[in-house]
Design a protein around this ligand. Structure first.
Ligand code: UDP
Length: 415
């Protein structure tokens, strides 16, 4: 079985006091105390790439520091399995995908293999996203409570795929969605908890100008030219081609450059193909930098976000969209499509600008590139919005309270 071990966590809990205040950390300790005898087993499908891995990477060691025995394991699957789950992912976002009975059979077969091979040991089983959802089959043998954490917007899913997954979801004690508008009607308890960013991680911590410069040098980016940045996996739902189209419009009136920085995720077999499409589309357009950033390049992503003049997120569909909070935390002005969890983070004209099309994105980008005072004001507001709502400390508290809400059958939880 694949388990993630954290030898030496990078951030210490006490370091967060400077960001969120001491009372917030004391509150976390008091809540965690009630969970100290529970094993919380997180299971998803990859240790690297994408938002879920990003969150668990920071959350699990912090829970450990709080005295909670949190663990992180992944399911195993072959290439075909991840092709099927990628189709499920797209279909749940409403994309028209051809899904066959063989796909469902393959999903069930890989689930059975994992059920045979994995050690399921949690008192609290915390299962993330559709790929491992079928582990619930063991609910009578393992765990006290099972939670299904859905990180994607399943409000308008392909019915066939949702019905299939729903058969598993119904057996959980509770489902967790990132926004009320993402959820489905279910006969089990539902919790609404937004994801978060870690302000002290390599991805988000303050950086010296020399590090930023060295990253720009490495990628041969001119630091004097205004920079539009989108950071995303190469995935069609992130609309990288739309980003290039918006840039082409902006470039007609403003001299600037575009950076599309992305990597691939182990559980996303489509990314190489999309990268190729993007490279083809960008051919012959000057000042477009397409950067293939290897997994774990958190400092580099951080540096690029800090170097950006405006951050764009042109997604056609989105889960929460962690890249938005990452950019806002760096007080960057953000232009983003009004999809998925983005409007939770971007309050239009207050913490950024929401757009609905390529042309709209281009219009907003031009506005921010030509009015730096307004752009900075939006960025500063955005940072405070993230501090209040989307930092890992809020998230830890929400999860722990949720575990407690279901884990004690008759005890009154006294904090
Ligand atoms: N990310 C990264 N390298 C990349 C592309 C993305 O580290 O090349 C990170 C990004 O900074 C963010 C996460 O992966 O922390 C993506 O999360 P998001 O919710 O925006 O999108 P998802 O990939 O989960 O759909």
């Amino acid at each position: 079985m694949d388990s993630k071990t954290f030898v030496k966590p990078k951030s210490q809990l006490r370091d967060y006091e400077a960001v969120v205040g001491r009372s917030c950390i004391e509150e976390l300790r008091a809540i965690a105390d009630k969970l100290s005898r529970k094993v919380v087993q997180n299971i998803n499908s990859t240790f690297v790439g994408g938002g879920v891995a990003e969150i668990l990477e920071h959350m699990v060691p912090l829970l450990n520091q709080l005295g909670v025995d949190a663990r992180w394991d992944i399911i195993r699957g072959n290439e075909q399995f991840f092709e099927v789950t990628k189709k499920f992912h797209n279909a749940l976002h409403g994309k028209n995908e051809k899904i066959t009975n063989n796909d469902f059979e393959l999903f069930k077969e890989v689930t059975r293999q994992n059920l045979r091979e994995m050690q399921l040991v949690g008192d609290i089983m915390f299962i993330h996203d559709p790929q491992p959802v079928g582990l619930i089959t063991k609910r009578n043998e393992v765990g006290e409570k099972w939670f299904w954490r859905c990180h994607i917007d399943v409000s308008k899913p392909n019915k066939k795929v949702w019905e299939f997954l729903r058969g598993f979801v119904l057996n959980y004690d509770a489902a967790v969605f990132s926004s009320p508008s993402f959820s489905q009607q279910l006969p089990i308890r539902q919790f609404m908890i937004t994801p978060s960013i870690d302000p002290l991680s390599d991805k988000n911590k303050e950086l010296g100008q020399e590090i930023i410069e060295s990253v720009l040098n490495k990628y041969e980016i001119n630091s004097d030219k205004p920079m539009i940045l989108q950071v995303s996996r190469f995935d069609r739902l992130k609309d990288p081609v739309g980003v290039i189209e918006a840039f082409e419009i902006v470039r007609k009136s403003i001299d600037c450059q575009l950076i599309l920085a992305g990597g691939t995720a182990d559980d996303d077999p489509e990314s190489a193909e999309v990268l190729e499409e993007v490279r083809n589309r960008a051919e012959g357009i000057s000042d477009v930098h397409i950067l293939l950033v290897p997994p774990g390049s958190d400092l580099e992503i951080n540096a690029l976000q800090r170097a950006a003049t405006v951050v764009l997120q042109k997604s056609l569909r989105e889960g929460f969209g962690l890249t938005i909070s990452e950019a806002l935390w760096k007080a960057k002005p953000v232009v983003a499509m009004a999809v998925g969890g983005i409007p939770l983070q971007i309050k239009n004209k207050l913490t950024g600008l929401l757009c609905y099309s390529v042309e709209g994105a281009a219009f907003d980008l031009k506005q921010l590139l030509s009015n730096s005072e307004y752009a900075q004001w939006l960025g500063r507001n955005g940072r405070e919005h993230v501090r209040e709502n989307f930092l890992i400390t809020n998230h830890l508290k929400d999860y722990m309270l949720m575990f407690l809400a279901l884990s004690y059958k008759s005890d009154v939880v006294q904090l």
